[in-house]
Design a protein around this ligand. Structure first.
Ligand code: GLV
Length: 326
């Protein structure tokens, strides 16, 4: 019997790829660049599955080109690139890669916290530029992290992992989420809930861990930045459009906040040019999950979701289980 056909939009780790190839005929993009929408649409007819990157737009038009498509398996935990409504209407299973990247992304978040407050990237630039003339009492003075208040917006898997790291630094953890935890759980884990505006007012570090949805787009804009302490830092390793990047530039320029650590941007890979000129920003290119172990584990997870569909099972990381009802 002919193997089902699967499109993989970007070169991947060998081990998960081999597992997929045992059960499927794989068309793999071996070029070191993303496929264009047109290329994906042209490749989809006849494929039962697509293993897509979080940067591939899996909108209604693209999904509609996959007449035989049964699954779009995202190689990411975020899935704002997939039109879930369209997938559901077309009875295409959509999946993501939760859990396996939680700690790695929380580590990167903490690197941004430490990096921006202790001016690591700026200090590195300073040394490399040959500007260091000797120990100076006032050189590269930053902000402390320990004993400060960490405001976590979105206390899901990654937000919770960041909170645990904060506790290791003896930080006071406050959080805002659309779902409040049971007070007993809050107490056990030493987490305090605050409404968003209050959290912004009291936090020394505000870190974002919400998915990108219509409700969270520009969750942090001029007004919210205006509520933050002048000495506070904004950290974003979630999705760029959660922050109004223009408003962030203005807030940084006006000294309304002390700095920003950003892994994600509104129009990746473009970065608002003013951010590049500022010394109090730490900017990294969407590398939250970028370690060898984690990237391989993510792909394994995406492959397992496709293999489940090939076996006629519900994929473990299904995002639209309603397609299997009725
Ligand atoms: C990366 O941004 C992911 O969502 O996995």
């Amino acid at each position: 019997m002919a193997k089902p056909k699967v499109l993989v939009t970007r070169e991947l780790y060998e081990r998960p790829l081999r597992l997929l190839q045992e059960k499927a005929e794989v068309t793999l993009n071996r070029e070191n660049r993303s496929m264009t929408i047109e290329e994906i649409m042209a490749a989809l007819p006849g494929k039962m599955g697509v293993l897509a990157m979080g940067s591939d737009p899996m909108n209604a038009k693209v999904l509609g080109a996959g007449k035989d498509l049964k699954i779009v398996a995202n190689n990411a935990v975020g899935f704002n690139n997939i039109d879930l409504e369209a997938a559901t209407r077309l009875k295409i299973a959509a999946t993501n890669t939760p859990d396996v990247l939680t700690d790695t992304t929380a580590d990167l978040t903490f690197a941004l916290i430490l990096g921006v407050a202790r001016r690591i990237a700026e200090a590195d630039r300073f040394v490399r530029a040959g500007k260091w003339t000797g120990w100076t009492p006032s050189l590269m003075i930053g902000g402390d992290i320990h004993d400060k208040t960490l405001g976590v917006i979105g206390l899901g898997r990654i937000g919770s992992a960041v909170a645990r790291r904060g506790q290791g630094f003896n930080m006071r953890i406050v959080y805002y989420d659309i779902r409040r935890l049971d007070p007993a759980v809050e107490q056990n884990h030493q987490l305090r809930f605050f409404p968003l505006r209050d959290l912004l007012r009291i936090s020394d570090f505000v870190t974002l861990h919400v998915p990108l949805t219509p409700e969270t787009r520009h969750l942090i804009g001029a007004e919210e930045l205006g509520l933050m302490k002048k000495t506070a830092y904004l950290i974003n390793a979630s999705r760029g459009p959660v922050v109004d990047e223009r408003a962030l530039v203005e807030a940084l320029r006006a000294g309304k906040i002390a700095g920003a650590g950003l892994d994600v941007f509104e129009a990746e890979p473009q970065v608002t040019p003013e951010l590049l000129q500022m010394e109090n920003t730490v900017l990294v290119p969407h590398i939250g999950s970028a370690t060898d172990e984690t990237r391989e584990a993510m792909t394994l997870r995406a492959v397992n979701n496709i293999l489940a569909v090939i076996r006629g099972q519900v994929p473990p990381d299904i995002l639209n289980p309603e397609i299997y009802r009725g």
